[in-house]
Structure formats: structure tokens, C-alpha cells
Design a protein around this ligand. Structure first.
Ligand code: HEC
Ligand code: HEC
Length: 406
């Protein structure tokens, strides 16, 4: 009889919010390991950011930020944030154990808090008492892995044709080189940009402490001896794309972005690498052994004018003796446009009229890699009609003798 009474009493007394907090949230707060958020957020936010030393302050802080649903605690946004990675495959599994522990701890504690009349009705905290991520939303967004993958796809991945097939996993050329130099040469992964980014992030090719010294940049410059020879010049399109990527990546993982104003400018175009080659023969003497950039403009039949933005471009050092310029094109499309959608499947240019404009670098790119060639560097233009077939053996040719100089 007495025993039954006692049991009933214990069962009625659910653990207090403080008890749940102490036992289950405390260990998460004190753990040196990152939370499951790192599956998608490289920096700028962590579950620990929302926790304060006491149960009461933590709850009020979450409540005041709209992260608690007092009447349906299981629908609280803090739980949704923890569960964000649940639906994903692959990387999600690594973090699943962590996430389940976090979820169960928070769910039990939020429920206990919401059942506490005094806590629910407690006055608001002051703004400086709230526990939240130290970085603004814009920085949290920028530091997401899916955002990084997008910028990688638009930069390093889009420029992969500049490395021909030497580094493309599984190509005939790559297999030959891998047999001689090892699997490290197969860093453009056959599975695509996501697998390549993951490989590079885990490799020693990016130096996050001194991004400009990354082997990913120094090898193609042949600044660190490169069997593939010189593939970049400081400031050319390939170098810029790679350098911007590694600089940004280093700042993200180093948590160096504090405000939205620190972030790099948003990419205004999606870039698509191709094996479509443009060749200029009989290049003018002034171009000899200089870096020349060509921009290709499509004809807009409705407006009866050349499009304002280039649809493609490329750049390379002119071979002076041979009076020859040739390189593969990168195509550009506005994000979300019909072209961007089509080119995600297969980047190609329709048969038609195009204007090819040339810009000559007289040494300014070596002084400032991040600068662009513009109107002041313009050295001539020519019209060309082409169906732009892909392949080294099927180049679209412009006769340099027909280039109209400004
Ligand atoms: C599976 C990937 C994934 C995981 C894991 C993840 N997030 Fe997110 N997070 C996102 C995405 C995508 C967004 C933007 C879309 C959205 O708000 O739903 C986002 C947005 C956010 C935002 C809002 C910023 C904004 O863009 O408005 C915060 C804060 C946030 N997450 C915190 C967290 C915390 C804390 C964790 C860990 C407990 C976490 N996230 C785990 C993918 C994830
Ligand atoms: C003609 C073939 C060829 C081309 C083209 C080429 N490479 Fe290489 N690259 C090699 C070979 C072979 C090695 C291995 C020997 C060495 O380290 O130089 C290598 C090594 C590298 C490495 C070091 C890999 C590691 O893990 O040690 C990087 C980084 C690299 N190349 C970047 C590039 C980039 C970027 C491009 C294009 C812009 C490029 N390469 C174009 C042949 C090539």
C-alpha cells in the first residue's frame, strides 16, 4: 500500500526544466565538438550559440526570438533547425547520431519548459541577453555548403577545360598520368562538382592560412613545378576564378566574415565550361606574347543589336611567332534564365552571328590579379558566323587580318 503511493508520487513528478537542462543540454553546451549544424553550415552558426548557462535564460532567449511554440512545443523552430539535415543522404548519416541526441534533448527540455506556467509568462529578456549566432543572416547564408558548391561550380569547375583532360578522373589521358604520378592527378572527380569540392576541401591543395600560396594556384602557374606546364597567368580568367574561390573559402572556414559588407560581390552570371574553341589567326604584331581576352556577343534579332553582356569569353597569351590565339570558351548566363537551365544539361551556342571583341593586357593584371580588362584595353572586333562545334579539331576561326581596330 505504502509502496504504491510512493510510486504514484514519483510518476507524477516529471523532471523540472532545470533537471532536463542540466542532464541533457549542458553536455551539448560544454562539448568541444561542433554540433550537427556543420553538415551544412561551414561556419557562422552552431547550436551552442543558442544556449546560455541556465535553463531559464536559455528558454526565455529562444522564446523571445520566436524559436519556441509555447502551445505546440514539438513544432518549435529550434527543433526544426536541428532536424534540417534529417532528409538528406550521404553526409547526413555521419551527423545522424549527433542530431538525434540533440533533438531528443531539446525536445524533452522544450516540452518541460512549455509546461511551466511561470516560465511561459516570465518578462522578456533585454536585447543583449539573447543568445544567438554572432554573425548576421547574410553571413550565415554565405557560409552554407550548398552556397559554396554553387560558387565552386561557377569557378573552379567551370574552368576545368583549361586543364584539358589531364586531371579528369577516368579519361584516357588521366589514366596514363595516374599510372605515372599516382591518383593525386585525378582530382576532377568523375562524380561531378560536389565530389570534386569535397576532395579539394579534404586535400592539401588549398592553404586556408595563405590562400594565394595554395598548390591549386601555384601548380598551374608553374610557380610550384608542374608537369602540366604553365596553364595560368596571374590575373587571367582561370586564375581569377580559382583565386576568388580559394580566398572566399579560406575566409568562410576561418570565420572571417563579420558583416554582410565583408562578403564578396554576388556572382551575376552562371559560368559553364565548354570544349568549344575559338581561334584567331594572323594576330596583329601588337598582340605578340601578350595576354589577350576575347568576349563573344550574340546577335539579338528582336532588338536588332548585339547583346549588352558577353555570352562567352576566353583569354590566353598570344603565340607571337605563330601569330596565333586559341582557347576554349566559357559561356555565361543570367541565373535562372532559359539559357542557364539548358546549359546545366548541355552548354552550347546556337548557330548564328556573333561579335568577337578583343582586349589586350599591357601588364595591369600581373600588378592586380583582381582587376578586369575594359574599354581602355579594347583592341579590335570582328564579326563571325558559326555553329560553334565542340572539340579541339573543330575550332571556330577568326582571321586577325579582318579585326577592325578602334
Ligand atoms: C541539411 C542542411 C542543414 C543543416 C544540417 C542545418 N541547416 Fe540551417 N539552413 C539550411 C538551409 C538550406 C537554410 C536556408 C533555408 C531555410 O531557411 O530553410 C538554413 C538556414 C538556417 C538559418 C537561418 C538563416 C537564414 O538563411 O535565414 C539558421 C539560423 C540556421 N539555418 C541554423 C542552423 C542550426 C543552428 C543548425 C544545427 C542545429 C542548422 N541550421 C542545421 C541547411 C541546414
Ligand atoms: C598536360 C597535362 C596537364 C595539364 C593540362 C594540367 N596538369 Fe596539373 N598536373 C599534371 C601532372 C602530370 C601532375 C603531377 C605532377 C606534378 O605535380 O606536377 C599535375 C599536378 C597538378 C597539381 C598537384 C596535384 C597534387 O595533388 O599533387 C595541381 C593542383 C594541378 N596539377 C593543377 C592543374 C590545373 C589547375 C590545371 C589547369 C588549369 C592543370 N593542372 C593542367 C598534368 C597536367
Amino acid at each position: 500500500m505504502f509502496a504504491v503511493l510512493l510510486l504514484g508520487l514519483v510518476a507524477e513528478q516529471a523532471p523540472t526544466p532545470e533537471q532536463v537542462f542540466e542532464k541533457r543540454i549542458g553536455p551539448i553546451f560544454k562539448s568541444p565538438d561542433p554540433s550537427s549544424c556543420v553538415q551544412c553550415h561551414l561556419a557562422a552558426v552552431d547550436l551552442k550559440n543558442y544556449i546560455r548557462p541556465s535553463s531559464r535564460e536559455t528558454f526565455l532567449s529562444l522564446r523571445d526570438q520566436g524559436l519556441i511554440d509555447l502551445d505546440t512545443p514539438e513544432k518549435s523552430r529550434i527543433l526544426a533547425l536541428i532536424e534540417m539535415g534529417k532528409a538528406e543522404k550521404g553526409a547526413a548519416l555521419i551527423h545522424q547520431k549527433n542530431r538525434t541526441a540533440e533533438y531528443e534533448a531539446f525536445a524533452a527540455w522544450v516540452k518541460a519548459c512549455c509546461a511551466d506556467k511561470d516560465l511561459r509568462a516570465a518578462p522578456k529578456l533585454k536585447a543583449d541577453e539573447l543568445a544567438k549566432p554572432p554573425r548576421p543572416v547574410a553571413v550565415i547564408r554565405h557560409a552554407r555548403k550548398d552556397q559554396l558548391l554553387e560558387s565552386f561550380t561557377n569557378s573552379v569547375w567551370a574552368m576545368r577545360f583549361r586543364c584539358m583532360s589531364c586531371h579528369t578522373e577516368g579519361s584516357a589521358e588521366n589514366k596514363k598520368l595516374a599510372a605515372e604520378y599516382g591518383d593525386r592527378v585525378a582530382w576532377f572527380k568523375a562524380a561531378g562538382p560536389e565530389a570534386t569540392l569535397k576532395y579539394l576541401m579534404e586535400s592539401k591543395l588549398i592553404d586556408t592560412n595563405a590562400p594565394e600560396k595554395s598548390l591549386l594556384l601555384r601548380k598551374p602557374l608553374n610557380d610550384a613545378k608542374h608537369e602540366g606546364g604553365v596553364k595560368f597567368l596571374v590575373g587571367d580568367e582561370g586564375y581569377k576564378a580559382y583565386r576568388r574561390f580559394v580566398e572566399d573559402y579560406a575566409k568562410i572556414v576561418g570565420d572571417k566574415y563579420e558583416t554582410a559588407a565583408d562578403l564578396p560581390p554576388k556572382q551575376t552570371a552562371r559560368a559553364f565550361g565548354t570544349d568549344i574553341w575559338l581561334k584567331v589567326t594572323n594576330t596583329p604584331p601588337a598582340w605578340a606574347d601578350k595576354l589577350v581576352q576575347v568576349k563573344v556577343f550574340a546577335w539579338d534579332a528582336t532588338k536588332k543589336a548585339w547583346e549588352a553582356e558577353p555570352v562567352a569569353s576566353t583569354d590566353r597569351k598570344v603565340w607571337g611567332q605563330g601569330k596565333l590565339f586559341q582557347h576554349s570558351l566559357t559561356l555565361f548566363a543570367a541565373p535562372g534564365s532559359a539559357r542557364a537551365k539548358a546549359w546545366t544539361v548541355k552548354p552550347e551556342l546556337p548557330n548564328g552571328r556573333y561579335l568577337v571583341r578583343a582586349y589586350l593586357d599591357d601588364g595591369k593584371l600581373a600588378k592586380d590579379w583582381n582587376t578586369e580588362l575594359g574599354a581602355a584595353d579594347f583592341v579590335g572586333e570582328a564579326e563571325v558566323t558559326s555553329a560553334w562545334p565542340a572539340g579541339y579539331g573543330k575550332m571556330t576561326v577568326v582571321d586577325g587580318a579582318k579585326v577592325k581596330q578602334p
